[in-house]
Design a binder for this molecule. Structure first.
Ligand SMILES: Cc1cc2nc3c(=O)[nH]c(=O)nc-3n(C[C@H](O)[C@H](O)[C@H](O)COP(=O)(O)OP(=O)(O)OC[C@H]3O[C@@H](n4cnc5c(N)ncnc54)[C@H](O)[C@@H]3O)c2cc1C
Length: 371
């Protein structure tokens, strides 16, 4: 094994982007990924155009899938009141099934190595030897001068690292479907209901993504997903109408729980945390994927610029705080406006009466386009 090989734990967007950039610059890179591509994951699949030029420039934009072009935002309150506003930067819609698989293939083409269907179980830094030791669930021991934690919002390994956000349980569940429906193709719509919110937008192949952030407690009370949707989500007439008109393409939805928006840190236990592992922005901001891509880029740049681990950590942490700290904080504040009758109504009225203010709020949670 190459003793200079960089190990990346997790092959989602942040992990794949940093793997690609590092390998392109001549580094030896290994990605450990728990699953095997292609696979579906819970995500609204609307990507902010913040990262469009960057992806095009690196030849990583998935043109061949003809992603949907999205430039309008629609919001409905719990009672069905509705408003629309143009999206400044806008974005595109593509399934993670295809996007992640496409990036995986791009990484393979330039020599990134993958350990698939393998989970990293432990990470330890050995200061005397200046190396990290990573063990897998199959008992393999890997050593590496740098480890990137790109394993998403929550992983068993966080328990091993004793990360503080684990002290609180999350009240949310995330549920996703792919559907066919006659719906505006250039629009991302967010429909509130008492307890959560549901997004819908076009992806590739004439399909739409329907994804919602719901309440774990409501799911428990309702007993199953269908009952929960009928009892709670359908109170918003727009959600009910979507379900009535849609052709659902899967037998069962993708489901996740324990979605935490708690504060984390970009460097913990000497490890560079990228993507959701460093902190997750609320899905209603629609740019967790752009942030994951941007953090993957920043981590790769810091590694390519410095030799010493300490300098890499310093540079990455500084950049992370500069770009994302206040965006994630605003995201947490905005999250409180959604999923409740009174405040969701106010949010709709703000958009109706002051599109300028609405645009400003959207800008607060978004960054500049990156190159
Ligand atoms: C309900 C919901 C809707 C969302 N909608 C949107 C949206 O519309 N637009 C948007 O931009 N963002 C959205 N997001 C956020 C977005 O999905 C994430 O921010 C983004 O996927 C983060 O990328 P990542 O690389 O950090 O992690 P991920 O993409 O989650 O990848 C992490 C990878 O690590 C692997 N892994 C985990 N543990 C281990 C381990 N121990 N060893 C090896 N591999 C491991 C996992 O299998 C996974 O492949 C949404 C999130 C939720 C919950």
């Amino acid at each position: 094994m190459d003793k200079n090989q960089i190990t990346i734990i997790g092959g989602g967007l942040s992990g794949l982007i940093s793997a690609y950039l590092l390998a392109k610059a001549g580094k030896s890179v290994l990605v450990i990924e728990k699953k095997s591509y292609p696979f579906h994951r819970v995500c609204g699949e609307y990507i902010s155009n913040e990262v469009r030029d960057f992806l095009i420039q690196k030849e990583l934009f998935p043109f061949s899938f003809e992603p949907a072009e999205i430039n309008t935002f629609r919001l409905s309150a719990v009672n069905g009141a509705m408003a629309e506003v143009p999206l400044g930067l806008g974005g595109f819609g593509i399934s993670r099934y295809h996007l992640d698989h496409f990036l995986y293939q791009k990484c393979q083409e330039i020599g990134v190595k993958f350990l698939l269907k393998t989970q990293a179980a432990t990470i330890d830094y050995k200061p005397d030897r200046k190396i990290f030791e990573v063990t897998t669930n199959e008992g393999h021991l890997l050593t590496s001068p740098i480890v990137l934690a790109a394993y998403g919002k929550r992983s068993k390994i966080d328990k091993y690292l004793n990360r503080s956000y684990l002290k609180h349980r999350s009240p949310y569940v995330g549920i996703k479907y792919h559907i066919k429906i006659a719906h505006e193709e250039n629009m991302v719509a967010l429909h509130n209901y008492n307890g959560g919110y549901l997004g819908i937008n076009k992806i590739e192949n004439g399909q739409f993504n329907v994804c919602y952030l719901g309440s774990r407690e409501q799911l428990k009370v309702a007993g199953n997903i269908q009952n929960m949707e009928e009892q709670y989500l359908f109170k918003n007439p727009h959600i009910k109408e979507i379900y009535n008109r849609a052709e659902f393409l899967w037998e069962k939805p993708e489901v996740i729980n324990e979605i935490s928006f708690a504060t984390k840190s970009p460097v913990e236990n000497q490890v560079l945390m990228i993507g959701d592992a460093a902190g997750m922005i609320t899905p209603l901001c629609g740019n967790g994927m752009a942030i994951a891509i941007h953090t993957g880029k920043l981590a790769a740049e810091a590694i390519l610029k410095h030799k010493k681990l300490e300098m890499i950590q310093k540079e990455y942490a500084k950049a992370w705080n500069q770009y994302f700290y206040s965006r994630l904080r605003t995201g947490r504040a905005v999250q409180r406006l959604f999923g409740a009758p009174f405040v969701s109504n106010i949010a709709v009225n703000v958009i109706k009466k002051s599109p300028y203010l609405a645009k400003k709020l959207i800008l607060q949670t978004h960054g500049q386009a990156i190159k």
